[in-house]
Design a binder for this molecule. Structure first.
Ligand SMILES: [Fe+2]
Length: 302
């Protein structure tokens, strides 16, 4: 495999390289020893997300180091204020927001049920369930989404819960079972998102890429969607078996999968872990509203 030039050494000795068995064994033991045993262990109460206390900041980073994610619980009274996710992210070195066609002008998306085009044609802006995925799976490698903040202003009347799985844990479980599956999922052409044509022409060219990749810093990135529409998997037996194994993992009751719902004032801050969303029912007068900020860098210190 050709690795990045100036930081190739780091990538070559990354535990996520299939050749680095000793590094992997050490990393694996460490990961399993420190992985949180419940979603409660991910929660950090904070007083003011705009100005975290050092102890609050440290508590969040230590959870992200173990599971690539933490859930902060701030006072519900914060209300509709996009500065909350933006300023919170900034305190973890997150400044490069990923713009997308449907984000608001400030690149932070307001996820709520939309009645008008074009948003209502996209699942995040409906009350439907969303299958397992990582964010930005259709982005090109130079715009990888590496971190995300999902802040809840108002939960739904019913539903709208998430399942969460650290993508490193998904990697570990697959590699334990069959390292060749990891090799298949690291192929640069394993998963292709076809071009999306829109009225004004092609909005997004076809995007082929790996599921798992190692960043120049030696960290693991995952690109995945369980959608079956608008996605093309490489057509060979090993890829099919690897994808089926991953799907089965995500459909299982693994203790590593966390389940919960963000309530008002709470948020998920993560290194783009695997997640889904259940369908929900709104209170029409107080519809569900979550802010979503996606970033091109990982959370500092994690
Ligand atoms: Fe998402």
């Amino acid at each position: 495999m050709v690795l990045a030039t100036h930081s190739g050494l780091k990538a070559a000795t990354s535990p996520f390289s299939l050749d680095a068995e000793a590094e992997y064994d050490r990393w694996r033991a460490d990961k399993l020893r420190h992985y949180p045993s419940s979603i409660e262990a991910l929660i950090v109460e904070i007083r003011d997300p705009m100005t975290l206390q050092p102890a609050e900041h440290d508590a969040i980073v230590s959870r992200i180091r173990r599971a690539n994610m933490a859930i902060y619980a701030a006072p519900a009274a914060l209300g509709e204020n996009k500065a909350v996710p933006r300023e919170l992210g900034r305190q973890f070195g997150l400044t490069h927001l990923d713009g997308n066609l449907l984000a608001d002008d400030d690149a932070i998306s307001s996820l709520t049920v939309a009645n008008g085009a074009p948003r209502r044609d996209f699942i995040p802006y409906t009350n439907s369930a969303i299958k397992w995925h990582t964010d930005g799976y259709y982005n090109p490698p130079e715009n990888r989404v590496q971190a995300m903040v999902l802040h809840c202003v108002r939960p739904a009347l019913q539903g709208g819960a998430n399942q969460l799985l650290d993508h490193e844990m998904a990697y570990l479980l697959i590699r334990e079972h069959e390292p060749e599956y990891i090799r298949a999922l690291m192929a640069p052409d394993v998963m292709t998102i076809p071009a999306r044509a829109e009225d004004a022409g092609i909005a997004r060219p076809a995007q082929a890429g790996p599921v798992f990749s190692v960043t120049p810093e030696g960290r693991l990135h995952m690109r995945y969607t369980a959608r079956t529409k608008s996605i093309e998997w490489k057509d060979d037996a090993l890829t099919k078996a690897a994808v089926a194994f991953l799907e089965a993992l995500l459909a299982s009751d693994l203790p590593y999968i966390f389940r919960g719902r963000l309530e008002a004032g709470q948020g998920l801050i993560c290194n783009n872990v695997l997640h889904d969303r259940s369908g929900f029912k709104d209170d029409e007068a107080r519809p569900r509203l979550l802010y979503r900020a996606r970033y091109h860098e990982r959370i500092a210190g994690s």
